[in-house]
Design a binder for this molecule. Structure first.
Ligand SMILES: Nc1ncnc2c1ncn2[C@@H]1O[C@H](COP(=O)(O)OP(=O)(O)OP(=O)(O)O)[C@@H](O)[C@H]1O
Ligand SMILES: [Mg+2]
Length: 228
């Protein structure tokens, strides 16, 4: 991936650890990485999942294609090189969110397996959960949905390097989760992801707040895993 330009740089540790942060948030930080064609449903699922997590008191934060391209990645386009750098930066940002204790929900087409694997590796080295979610539907269905009118423009030659039209999409070889959005409902998709988070110890079921913790005995009970 990107070369390390600066020399003589070392990571500075603080006193509050990742485990401390996870404990006050009562969840583990992680990255849920949605990948799939434009119009496959990445943003729709991330938005619904964010709401579902919020409703049970879990903190997530969406990193979404255009939002990131309007800000930190505004100097990047859609060439293969720029797409790579786009994904690398998002991977690093998601990792920081995860380290902070947040469940980062990344919604980017991220068409290249190699780039996604690099992000996975970043997380492995940092000992953070990385959940690759293949948001899958046929090109025909994605094109029929065309929620932003982008396929129409790409077919008309007004957008170049459009994934599925004149740029490739490499489907994940071994995603943790595979959602067929042309066969499942949004509710099913969200509940599959939530079940995965529970089964892998990233969140626990139920809702409780810091105030609950402060009530007599509640903190001890919560830490024993009997709640939430
Ligand atoms: N089961 C489903 N799951 C998710 N989205 C669905 C489903 N059925 C229909 N849709 C519709 O498909 C469209 C998906 O659009 P969305 O913007 O979420 O795609 P995207 O993958 O984020 O695309 P892009 O890469 O362009 O941002 C929405 O209009 C959504 O309502
Ligand atoms: Mg989107």
């Amino acid at each position: 991936m990107a070369e390390q330009k600066a020399t003589n740089v070392t990571w500075q540790d603080g006193q509050v650890t990742r485990e401390d942060r996870f404990q006050i948030l009562r969840q583990k930080g992680a990255t849920i990485w949605f990948t799939g064609l434009s119009g496959s449903g990445k943003s729709t699922i991330a938005i619904a999942l964010e709401q579902a997590l919020f409703d049970v008191g879990k903190l997530s934060y969406r990193l979404d294609g255009d939002n990131v391209r309007l800000g930190i990645n505004k100097n990047l386009g859609f060439s293969e090189q720029d797409r790579k750098e786009n994904i690398r930066r998002i991977g690093e940002i998601a990792k920081l969110f995860g380290d902070a204790g947040t469940i980062a929900l990344s919604s980017f087409i991220s068409p290249y397996q190699e780039d996604r694997d690099e992000v996975r590796k970043l997380h492995e080295v940092a000992n953070l959960e990385f959940v690759e979610v293949f948001v899958d539907c046929s090109l025909a269905v994605a094109e029929e949905r065309d929620p932003k009118g982008l396929y129409k423009k790409a077919r008309a030659g007004q957008i170049k390097n459009f994934t599925g039209i004149d740029a490739p999409y490499e489907a994940p070889a071994k995603p943790e989760i595979h959602l067929r959005t042309d066969e499942m409902t949004l509710e099913q998709e969200v509940s599959i992801v939530i079940d995965y988070l529970v089964d892998n110890g990233i969140i626990r079921r139920g809702y409780y707040t810091r105030t609950d913790d402060q009530a007599d005995g509640a903190a001890a009970t919560a830490l024993q895993g009997n709640q939430a």
